[in-house]
Design a protein around this ligand. Sequence first.
Ligand code: UT7
Length: 322
Amino acid sequence: MRAKIIGTGSCLPDRCVTNEYLSTIMDTSDEWIKSRTGIRERHLVSSETETTLTLAVKAAKAALADSGVLPEELGLILVATVSSDFITPSTACMVQKELGASHAAAFDINAACSGFLFALNTVDAYFQAGIYQTALIIGVETLSKIIDWKDRSTCVLFGDGAGAVVVKAAEEGLIASLQGSDGSGGDILICKNRTNNNPYISTGTDPDFLYMDGQEVFKFAVKKEPECINALLKQAGFDASDVTYYLLHQANFRIIASIARKLKLPLEKFPSNVSHCGNTSAASIPILLDEVHREGKLSEGDLLLLSGFGAGLTWGAALLRW
Ligand code: UT7
């Protein structure tokens, strides 16, 4: 049995922050951000009632409603995030409590922007092993809390949000997937946790902000993502043109356009929401999937290819039948 997506949901914070607004609080411009990334605006949490947990729960409830699955029917809840509200308990366990999904096992996955794909692959492996039959996967981030708002080269890129899918074990769903990691390249996108602090050693306790070498990440993305997509298509025995839609990690529209060019495919096959969401890391692919689904663009039998890359370094791709 394979993982079949049977419901989607998403949630963006209420506050929409435009490039124009950012240009009034830092040395940047709408023109610079739009031309380098395609981003026009992003949503940021702006009240105590908006947290990683509340965004995740809203997206999860929407996905459950879309699927018709009840919380008690869930066997597994996986949350992909690098910006949970607590180090422990996991966001997945907190979501479980909020939903009353009392029969589920729940844990978080940290694979940065590839996290949703790693979670989908994990669920699929559990289904293939016959361990679970129904799962909820959430990608959620409030990256705005770990971003350095004095670093204009990163803070304009990211947004907050959550996307969720309900997945059932079925004869047909996920067809093939690939995932990979290269820890040796990890220093180009990092965010340190607390450092040593005990009676023997104290090196400071303040957590750090996110640091990114944008150009190196860009080079990594435009090389690794098409390689991963081509390897997956070859493994599954499909041509690039067989795929109905490519739902890629929404980091930068120039990266998406570069991948479309390398695959020799029209941009129409690459739906994008980076212009109004910015980069929402682990949430970007499920938010995009939910938008495309709710806009009525998907028909039963469509072939979807989901792919992304991120800190770690990590990358992944999944080919599935809608
Ligand atoms: O999911 C995580 C994945 N992350 C990514 O995918 C990010 C990948 N990288 C990128 O998308 C691009 O590298 C960026 C959008 C981050 C940067 O674009 P770039 O074309 O590589 O610009 P750059 O870093 O080379 O900066 C060019 C100039 C610099 O000025 P000088 O040194 O040429 O005078 C920067 O200081 O742009 C300046 N700059 C800005 N100017 C206005 C950097 N940030 C800004 C800004 N507004 N926000």
